[in-house]
Structure formats: structure tokens, C-alpha cells
Design a protein around this ligand. Structure first.
Ligand SMILES: Nc1ncnc2c1ncn2[C@@H]1O[C@H](COP(=O)(O)OP(=O)(O)OP(=O)(O)O)[C@@H](O)[C@H]1O
Ligand SMILES: Nc1ncnc2c1ncn2[C@@H]1O[C@H](COP(=O)(O)OP(=O)(O)OP(=O)(O)O)[C@@H](O)[C@H]1O
Ligand SMILES: [Mg+2]
Ligand SMILES: [Mg+2]
Lengths: 256, 256
């Protein structure tokens, strides 16, 4: 019975895609069947795991807007036990194309329902927005994981995201839980980074993962090779951070 | 006769707001009258220049969706010669609220036309998306400045943005020019950063500014103090980078 986790934060560049790819890969390497759904028209998760889509590839746009069969969109990646449903630039138009469709917030939920039992965990990589596609992901999800970059603007955005999550919990997805906050791109030389970590650990009432994801050059390089950092350089600090995060994530979810 | 420059890139976290705030402040400190329009519901440019909006403050949402008087929305900032039209979270709903409005792509152009002659330069900070609000900004603008972070995903996104710019140039804003690409968050210790700089300088046919904006802790700290880096720490590398960028920008625009 697959658990669905949306990885969301409307602040841009905070590490949503990097967390989606590398947490999913680490959980897969620990033996679980894992699916990434790329719901960002930039399709960074798709290219970050090395998937190059052909013209006729069915992607998340075809599923959400045209109701195609989700099983047809699944693509295996180089990482054992890790599949992906790719995205494409077509998704840019989905907000307006769905504007007058009934139950438009539930399109992704219908897609996910058709395939989630094939996996132990499904991670949905969200785009940096609080628009319809992100609402769809939060409606399809059992929980939401929020990457927060160790920078000022990212901390500011967390409050706004919480408001959106409560709106969803009070209406279209009452069962939506908060999986937790993951602190990303931590640079121990920066005063601001230390400040954000202590602010988050002190004031955020939701679960904050112990594992800090440090800024690490191999993490930034690995998507250019189309590989999660665990395949690109398993001994790197980044790979170790994501393995620890996966272990923490599984401890929380498997020991229930 | 104010020139209007949109600062856009749908990739998140590449330095759009940081470039908008600090380039605008540097140009203002060099004696020009400058306005920032914050068109991102995250309102990072608004908080980054230290503006705290009251309940009744008219912001970009009120102008674009409800047609209020743009002059009423202008707020002076601590930097001499620099004003801002603030944003708010209300803007999240604008895409859908304008979905069936006639000429919805021209709302921002109407706003800008009413106030641009009060300034030498107007910079529009865009949100990380290619949706209706960004289309509005590209339609209102004379040119577009594209921050490209010295990272893999950011380089990937440039091509997609160029497609959108051409669509706009071939339809609703034939006069839209490309002001240029600004390379941001350069870290000379990273191989990837050097790679992106050489790729951009070699393959991008548009103008690429000579000034590289280096990663600099004072640049990251300054928004938490509500100040451009030039006021926060004028001697920092970041402040010097933005002063150089402003000089380069003015040389291109004033010597025509
Ligand atoms: N721990 C890290 N160390 C080094 N670089 C990182 C790390 N995490 C992310 N990055 C880099 O920072 C940039 C932003 O990360 P990423 O693209 O994952 O953020 P995002 O939140 O998905 O962005 P968007 O809002 O555009 O979807 C990318 O270039 C990525 O490679
Ligand atoms: N040169 C720099 N040195 C250090 N930090 C920087 C620099 N430029 C930007 N930053 C920091 O990186 C983060 C991302 O920058 P910024 O918020 O300006 O990007 P953006 O493109 O506006 O993001 P969004 O897509 O969310 O609008 C911010 O926390 C900012 O303070
Ligand atoms: Mg992403
Ligand atoms: Mg911004």
C-alpha cells in the first residue's frame, strides 16, 4: 500500500528536486520499490535521473490533462527499484487548460490511485508555486515533505506554505499530514545558515529531520550526469547525508 | 522616458530577486530614479528592501486584478531614488481570477504605462514560472534580463525561457529585447560553476554581462536586514559586483 509524499515549497531553488531524486534513490537502494512523479514543467527530476523522453513518451501532462493510463507513463531509471513518471514543458499550460474542468484539484489523485499500490513510496516533486498543479499534488498526497534552504527568504516562505497546507487539510484533503522539514544546502561557514537551523529547530512545531543536508559539490554535479548522487559518488558527504535522511525517513514510516 | 526591464527565469532560486534589489539599488545610487515592481506572491523583493506592508496597502495584485491607481501603490525605500510597488500573497490567485478577462496579458502593461515616466528605469521581479503573471511582465517590458545561476539545472532552463520569449516577441510584444544574461552565485572553487560560465559565454548568442556575481555571504544576509547589500555592507565583494553590473548596464543603456 504505497505511501504518497509531496515534496513542496513555493520558494524557488531550495532543493525540492535534489531531495526528491536523492531521497527516493536512497530509499530504493535500501530495498523499497519507489516512484518519483515529476510535476514540474522544468522536468529537472526527469533529466536529473538521466531519463531522456521521446516525442511519444506519455508524461504527467498527458495523465493529468488528458486522462491517459498512468501505467503507460512509468519509466525505469538506472537506480534499481526506482521508477519515474516524467514531466515536460507541456505542463506549463495545465493550470489554464484545467481552469474550468470539474474536480480539477483531484486529477493527480486519480492518477496516483491507479499506480500507488505498485510501490512502497511515491515522491511527487513539485514546482515552485502554490498554483493548481501543486494543489493537485497536495491533494493526492498522504503527507508533505518541505525542504527549507538555510537562507533567509526560504525561512520566510515556510509560514505561507503552512497556510496553504491548512487550507487543503480543511477542505479537499483532511488526511494530509506534514512528513517534516528537511534543512538543505547547509554551509557551516555561514552565520545565516546556523541562524536558520536554530530558528527552525526552535520555532517550527512540525517534525524537523535531524539529518542536515550539507552543501556539497557532488550533489550539484550529479544531475549533469543524470544520476542521483548515490550512484555518482557514493562516498561523498552528500550521498552520506541522503542515506542518513532515508534511514530516518524509513524509521519514522516503517516502525509505525 | 522610463525603460522597463523584466527580471525573469522560470528556474527557481537563481537570483532573480537578489539581482532586482541590488541592481536597482546600485543604479539608484548612481543617480537614476528607479522603481522595482514585485510581481512574485512570495514578496521577497518587498521584504528584501525593508518594506512592511499594512493591511490597506495597495499592491501589485490590486493594480493588475482590480485596476487601482498605480501611483497609490508606490512606496519609498531606504535607498535614495529607489521606490517599490509591493506584492502580497493575494497574487497567488491572479492567474485564475484573470483567466476569463479580456486582454488579460496586458494588465501589467497598463499599470506600467501609468507610472513609467516618473522613473529612468523600472525593474520587474518575476516569480519562478512561465504563467500569466510572468507573461504580463514580459508584455509590459522593453527588455528582459535573465539571471543564470552557475549550476546545471539553471543552464538547462535557459533554452525553455528563450522559447517563451520568442512566443511573446512573435505575438503580444514584438519590441521585447533581451537585455542580457547575468551569471549569478559564482563560486570559483566549483568545477560546475566554471563549466557553466564557459558554456554560457561560448554558446549563448545573446549579450552576456561581463560582471560575474560571486556567491557572497553579505548578499545572502542583507535581505534579512531589509537592505540592499550596498547599504548593508558597501565594501563587500557582493556590493562591488553589483556596482560593476550597474555601471555595465548604464553604459549599455545610456550611451545609445
Ligand atoms: N546539498 C546541495 N549541495 C550543492 N548543491 C545543491 C544542493 N542541493 C541543491 N543543490 C543545487 O542547488 C540548485 C537548486 O536545487 P533544486 O533545483 O533541487 O531546487 P528546487 O527547489 O527543486 O528548485 P525549483 O524551485 O526551480 O524547482 C540546483 O542547481 C542543485 O543542483
Ligand atoms: N550572490 C549571492 N551570494 C550569496 N547568496 C545569494 C546570492 N544571490 C542569491 N543568494 C541567495 O540565494 C537564494 C536565492 O536567491 P533569490 O531568492 O534571489 O532567487 P530567485 O530566483 O529570486 O528565487 P525565486 O525563484 O524563489 O524567486 C536567496 O536566499 C538569496 O539570498
Ligand atoms: Mg525543482
Ligand atoms: Mg525571487
Amino acid at each position: 500500500m504505497g505511501k504518497v509524499i509531496a515534496i513542496a515549497n513555493q520558494k524557488g531553488g531550495v532543493g525540492k528536486t535534489t531531495t526528491a531524486i536523492n531521497l527516493a534513490a536512497a530509499v530504493a537502494l535500501l530495498g523499497k520499490k519507489v516512484l518519483i512523479i515529476d510535476s514540474d514543467p522544468q522536468a529537472n527530476a526527469t533529466s536529473g535521473v538521466g531519463v531522456v523522453t521521446e516525442e511519444d513518451q506519455i508524461d504527467i501532462y498527458d495523465l493529468v490533462v488528458h486522462g491517459e493510463d498512468p501505467k503507460e507513463a512509468i519509466v525505469a531509471t538506472e537506480t534499481p527499484n526506482l521508477d519515474i513518471i516524467p514531466s515536460s514543458i507541456d505542463l506549463v499550460g495545465a493550470d489554464l487548460e484545467l481552469a474550468s474542468v470539474l474536480q480539477r484539484e483531484f486529477r493527480m489523485k486519480t492518477v496516483v490511485a491507479a499506480i500507488k499500490d505498485l510501490y512502497d513510496y511515491v515522491f511527487i516533486d513539485c514546482l515552485p508555486s502554490l498554483g493548481l498543479i501543486t494543489i493537485n499534488a497536495l491533494t493526492a498526497a498522504d503527507s508533505v515533505l518541505v525542504p527549507v534552504q538555510c537562507e533567509f527568504f526560504s525561512l520566510e516562505g515556510y509560514g505561507k506554505l503552512k497556510n496553504t497546507i491548512s487550507l487543503i487539510q480543511n477542505s479537499i484533503n483532511p488526511d494530509l499530514k506534514i512528513e517534516g522539514v528537511v534543512l538543505t544546502m547547509y554551509d557551516k561557514r555561514l552565520r545565516m545558515a546556523k541562524l536558520v537551523v536554530s530558528e527552525v529547530r526552535e520555532h517550527v512545531t512540525d517534525h524537523v529531520f535531524d539529518t542536515l543536508i550539507h552543501r556539497n559539490s557532488k550533489v550539484g554535479e550529479s544531475p549533469s550526469m543524470g544520476q542521483p548522487v548515490l550512484l555518482y559518488d557514493a562516498a561523498s558527504k552528500g550521498a552520506i547525508n541522503f542515506m542518513n535522511l532515508a534511514a530516518e525517513f524509513l524509521y519514522l514510516n516503517e516502525s509505525e
